[in-house]
Design a protein around this ligand. Structure first.
Ligand SMILES: Nc1ncnc2c1ncn2[C@@H]1O[C@H](COP(=O)(O)OP(=O)(O)OP(=O)(O)O)[C@@H](O)[C@H]1O
Ligand SMILES: [Mg+2]
Length: 276
């Protein structure tokens, strides 16, 4: 072993550490975005509430009774704030459990399989991704079609590995339809379709968007190298490599995609798993 080998080994160690911390940053960014967005929404609601309380105060000063409508409005606003705070709490907890998950993984422990209501998870994370996009761009809109079997058994899965994968795919899909609608205008109808089924011990999930699609150069690298077409600060280029790792190595499944520029993209995930 010479000095040059030592230096090379040290460089490789640094590079993989850098990648690891970029990966952690990427995964924590999603829940933190929710915390920030729900926080912003709550301050707007509190400002609205203060406006209504001003009306109540004026009424009292003028010797009048505040109307029942005004009181109802205060109750509605406070219940919206309460919902937002529980979301902030939930996503703060999620950030903590992601950090704990990564710490456990680096100690070689496996994630725990839990009974998972897959349609519920899909719906919840699509909704979250949609609202996160909507909080950044008020003009954003998309029609979402969800197609799940009427009865789907609860499946034994590491729930968080599935939800992180869905979130990464959904974030990209919403971004892609938004990009296309900015360039094509009113004739374009952004759409996203999510299907799930469970047949002979295999869970299949398909997520299709009619967004901008991917050029071949991006497709080739997508799962194995960092690649991003997003402006600095908006994408790390790690989402799909992390998702590939989660689906293949953690969930023991497979992930594939088809994409055409100007037409759209479909991601397909298959995971072998048991009913509860
Ligand atoms: N559904 C999609 N439609 C169009 N392009 C996509 C889609 N999914 C991924 N891409 C392209 O692949 C690139 C890499 O995606 P990936 O999720 O790995 O990183 P990112 O989205 O750029 O960054 P991050 O995930 O950190 O936000 C994206 O920048 C985008 O160009
Ligand atoms: Mg992404």
């Amino acid at each position: 072993m010479n000095n040059h080998d030592d230096q090379l080994r040290e460089l490789q160690k640094m590079a993989s550490l850098g990648l690891l911390s970029a990966g952690i940053a990427h995964e924590i960014q999603n829940p933190l975005n929710f915390v920030i967005n729900f926080g912003k929404m709550s301050s707007r609601l509190i400002a609205d509430m203060q406006g209504v309380m001003g009306e109540v105060q004026d009424a009292i000063t003028n010797g009048e009774m505040p109307s029942a409508d005004v009181i109802d409005e205060l109750f509605d606003l406070s219940s919206d704030i309460q919902t937002n705070i529980s979301k902030i709490n939930e996503h703060g907890q999620r950030a903590i459990s992601i950090i704990q998950g990564i710490l456990l993984l680096s100690r070689g422990k496996e994630g725990e399989k839990l009974p998972t209501d897959v349609p519920h998870i899909l719906h919840e994370y699509l909704w979250l991704s949609f609202h996160s996009m909507r909080a950044q761009d008020k003009t954003f809109n998309v029609s979402i079609v969800e197609d799940y079997p009427d009865t789907m058994p609860s499946l034994m899965l590491v729930t968080q590995d599935l939800s992180r994968s869905v979130l990464n795919i959904a974030n990209n899909a919403f971004y892609a339809v938004n990009l296309r609608s900015k360039s094509e205008g009113a004739d374009y109808h952004p759409q996203m379709t999510v299907k799930a089924s469970y047949v002979r011990g295999r869970l299949s999930i398909e997520i299709t968007d009619n967004g901008c699609g991917m050029p071949p150069a991006v497709q080739q690298k997508l799962f194995h190298q960092t690649v991003t077409t997003k402006p600095l600060g908006q994408g790390t280029g790690l989402g799909m490599s992390i998702t590939h790792n989660l689906v293949v190595n953690h969930l023991g499944g497979s992930i594939s995609f088809e994409s055409k520029e100007g037409v759209g993209t479909t991601f397909k995930i298959e995971i072998p798993c048991e009913k509860c």
